[in-house]
Design a protein around this ligand. Sequence first.
Ligand code: NAD
Length: 400
Amino acid sequence: MKPDSPQWPHGLPHVLLIGAGVVGRAIADAHAARNLPFCLADQSEEAIRAAARAFDEAGYATRDGSLAGGSPLPESLHAITVGDPSSTDATTAPIVIESIVERCEVKQEMFAALQAGLGETAVLCSNTSTLLIDEIAGRRLRSPGRVCGMHFFMPVHARAAVEVVAGKRSDDDAIQAVVDHAARLGKRAIRCQDGPGFIVNRMLSPYLNQALLLLCRGASERQIERAALAYGMPMSPLELIDWIGAPTMYHAGKAFTSAFPQRIDPSPMVPALLKRKRLGRDSGGGLFDYDRGRRSQQLSDPTQQLIETYRTDRRAFSDGDVLLLLTIPMWIEATCLLKEGVADSMSTVDLAMAGGLGFTSDANWSEFFAELGTERIDDAISRWQSEFKSMRKPDDAQVA
Ligand code: NAD
């Protein structure tokens, strides 16, 4: 399939970003920072206006609408073009990165409309965190092979990699185009197979959930932060929850729980944050309060109240216990990912941890566990597995 098909409309940048919400905007910023022209579209006119104002203020060339005359985009979308489309390298494959609401049927409809409007050359990437690429490609698309995953991590500017996810039917050239596009954004590609949560969210979900469980069982937020930093994570898991935002946390948690119910006790904190509209740092506050992007030292008052509501224990955990309880669930997931073939090797898992989660230790992530040693890991598992589902032995856990 020729990338520069006549179906691709003249004057349209080769990059179309659909969805200008939390992560869509961050992806747009990443393109602007690399001077890659793009068209950003959203059903919300306000979201596009806000993006246009921000790009104007930052000195980027913007213009309204995706195209003069005969837009191939669905009519329901508002759009701006940022950068000069004529500077687009005509040899690069046209690529769409979708970051709209996390609902499979809405994404399927969007991809059907885009493939009808843009022709079948365009590579259609979903930035879904929790849905399967094979399900998004569905049964209605004429060319399901053009669909793959391009999964970014928050904060996008600070993460060195993206997951490039191959569905069962994804074309090799489409996957290669996404890997090349990641390189143009200055990011490494974590290649993986389709599966619930791919690699990074699959490992992250039990870790973040565990942080919330520990908070309600007696560990302090300081202890959790200390353990995370000692482990090699760039920030507290509680702060990361606010970066991700309660809605995505909720969807990701539900996806993990329904795929692997035997390995998680979901914390009630995330649905409670949603109910209280404590949606995260982009919405004014989540577990912490934020003042012009600066996190409060302590958890917010509503969070403290929620901890008391859902408290199940007042245990005095040692820092060492908190470290083991936070980290071993990730090691268990990595073991399962390798057995299932979602990740092809431990070095891919190491790349996912460093490039996707910002694991900052001098050593690779897997070396942390090599140093910990099988005996200590097994001891911790035996000690805690009856209390935490996430601490059950990989051999006992059903591998999908
Ligand atoms: P968000 O709610 O902040 O933004 C979604 C945007 O999509 C909104 O601007 C909304 O107006 C628009 N939209 C919704 N339905 C649409 C439609 N039918 N057509 C056009 N526009 C539509 O959500 P978000 O947190 O930015 O997440 C978006 C996607 O990215 C989800 O699939 C999510 O799983 C994924 N993701 C999120 C994160 C994260 O940390 N928040 C990270 C990686 C991937």
